[in-house]
Design a protein around this ligand. Structure first.
Ligand SMILES: Nc1ncnc2c1ncn2[C@@H]1O[C@H](COP(=O)(O)OP(=O)(O)OP(=O)(O)O)[C@@H](O)[C@H]1O
Ligand SMILES: [Mg+2]
Length: 470
């Protein structure tokens, strides 16, 4: 293995000839492939690093591949994806689900290629490279020197649906390999590192990370963090309590406290700015545009559009009167599924009936450009995301539990105020605007992907259009 991690990048130039026809079939079927519904017309290699030489028992390539697709809007290069491709003479049955295909062209003709992250040896090789802070071609495996990584931890791929791909090592670490790669600082590494520097215990501190340096540009490819054993996510826990008809207010309050702890640490660690009239006006314009597009796309939204517009207009009016808000780095896509609770009674048992809450997945909304995801924003934006999430949970079980969402929403805001000193409900205009923007997004999403769920955001839309907040 040590031989493998020091081998230089020497991927053969004909590699794509071998992979192209197979990737055209395989890539669009992957959960994390963002370009679904548009034909793939070709590929170009952004980088190829040979981690194990081809033609032996197991060959291994780390690839950054640009996918050529007709764009739905604008022009520019297609999305770039990170792939870990293994090649063998034949796949053992245990790796059958990882099959990409049998190669019939180019230098790998006759070989079988597959998704190597699900194979313990390549996955183990990545951990070993992080542990030893290897440099292979343009790949830079970095590690926080204060955190030790034991060698030989057994990898297990996470099979749950996700927009990136994760491997758990010996129940000790979890490596998230980012799939859609963009150059620049990625908040999924940037924010947990900043929080770790502040000593914030609400986010697992990055232990190691994988970068690529290519043509003077830096790309974040993956992050290794301590694995919270036996953790359950907030969505799962909320549904469990709902199914029993139990309220979730104590947990919601703890979540409010956890969110505020993260926000206050981020405000200390990274710059804050004041949003004045111009910035707020352009924010409101964006919200109004999204509402107009949504009302075009979803007729059921149209009767509520004037009421929803008034939510945005109220914010513009406050801005015009000279009201300003502080903006800072935030999570950017906060909901119950991004909150993990360690088992009750664990070593760091802190509050409430369960263990401690951690927040994960700071990549923001992956569909938005990186620069936008890294912009300071009012913390109320995250709060609005969580408030919508309680509403979603409450609506996804039958029979419904009267008052469940309302009590969670109130408890969450109270918990937040206990740490921050300010209750988000004291900022009703901004909160309503953000909740409305989110609910409008949800309406479009559900209309497109899960029409059965459309009544959930529509009930929020009804409430928000008539300006009641709780
Ligand atoms: N530190 C951790 N400890 C335990 N489990 C974790 C940890 N980090 C992530 N997970 C698990 O892995 C899952 C995926 O992690 P994450 O949300 O960061 O990936 P993602 O690809 O961005 O997912 P999504 O598609 O939801 O955006 C989480 O839902 C959680 O179950
Ligand atoms: Mg994510």
């Amino acid at each position: 293995m040590s031989e493998a991690v020091t081998r230089p990048a020497t991927a053969g130039p004909g590699l794509l000839a071998s992979l192209d026809p197979l990737l055209r079939e395989w890539l669009p079927r992957q959960r994390w492939f963002a370009g679904k519904g548009r034909p793939v017309t070709g590929f170009s290699l952004v980088a190829a690093t040979e981690l194990l030489p081809a033609g032996g028992k197991l060959g291994l390539y780390h690839l950054l591949v640009q996918v050529h697709q007709p764009l739905t809007h604008g022009t520019g290069p297609g999305d770039c994806y990170q792939l870990l491709i293994g090649e063998r003479e034949a796949l053992p049955p245990r790796l059958a689900p990882a099959l990409i295909g049998h190669v019939t062209e180019g230098p790998l003709t006759g070989r079988t290629v597959y998704e190597a992250l699900y194979d313990p040896r390549p996955a183990g090789l990545l951990l070993e490279a992080l542990r030893t802070r290897a440099r292979i071609g343009g790949l830079r495996f970095e590690r926080d020197p204060r955190q030790e990584v034991r060698s030989g931890l057994v990898p297990r791929a996470v099979t749950a649906e996700q927009s990136n791909s994760s491997v758990v090592y010996g129940d000790t670490f979890i490596l998230k390999l980012l799939r859609r790669i963009v150059p620049g600082v990625n908040p999924d590494l940037e924010l947990p590192l900043a929080l770790a520097r502040e000593g914030c215990p609400r986010v697992p501190a990055p232990t190691a990370w994988l970068l690529a340096e290519l043509s003077g540009q830096s790309y974040v490819l993956g992050v290794l963090q301590p694995y919270i054993q036996g953790a359950a996510d907030g969505w799962e826990l909320a549904l469990r309590e709902l199914a029993k008809g139990q309220d979730f207010a104590a947990e919601a309050r703890a979540l409010g406290r956890a969110t505020a702890e993260v926000h206050t640490a981020l405000a200390r660690a990274l710059p804050t700015v004041t949003l004045g009239h111009i910035q707020l006006r352009s924010m409101v314009d964006g919200m109004l545009e999204r509402l107009d597009a949504a009302a075009q796309a979803v007729p059921a939204l149209r009767t509520y559009a004037p009421g929803l517009r008034s939510a945005f207009q109220a914010l513009a009016d406050l801005a015009a009167e000279g009201h300003t808000w502080t903006a800072q780095r935030v999570h950017g896509d906060l909901h119950l599924g991004q909150c993990l609770r360690s088992p009750a009674g664990g070593p760091s048992h802190a509050f409430g009936s369960g263990g401690e809450w951690s927040l994960i997945d700071f990549e923001g909304e992956p569909a938005r450009p990186l620069a936008e995801r890294r912009m300071p924003q009012p913390t109320v934006r995250d709060v609005a995301g969580m408030l919508r999430s309680f509403d979603y949970a409450a609506h996804s079980v039958r029979p419904s539990v009267p008052g469940w969402a309302e009590s969670c929403r109130a408890a969450y805001c109270s918990g937040y105020a206990e740490i921050d000193g300010r209750d988000p409900r004291n900022d009703p205009v901004l909160l309503r605007a953000y909740e409305t923007d989110k609910a409008v997004y949800e309406v479009v999403y559900e209309a497109r992907h899960r029409p059965d769920w459309l009544p959930v955001p529509l009930s929020a839309v009804r409430r928000l259009a008539s300006s009641h907040l709780t």
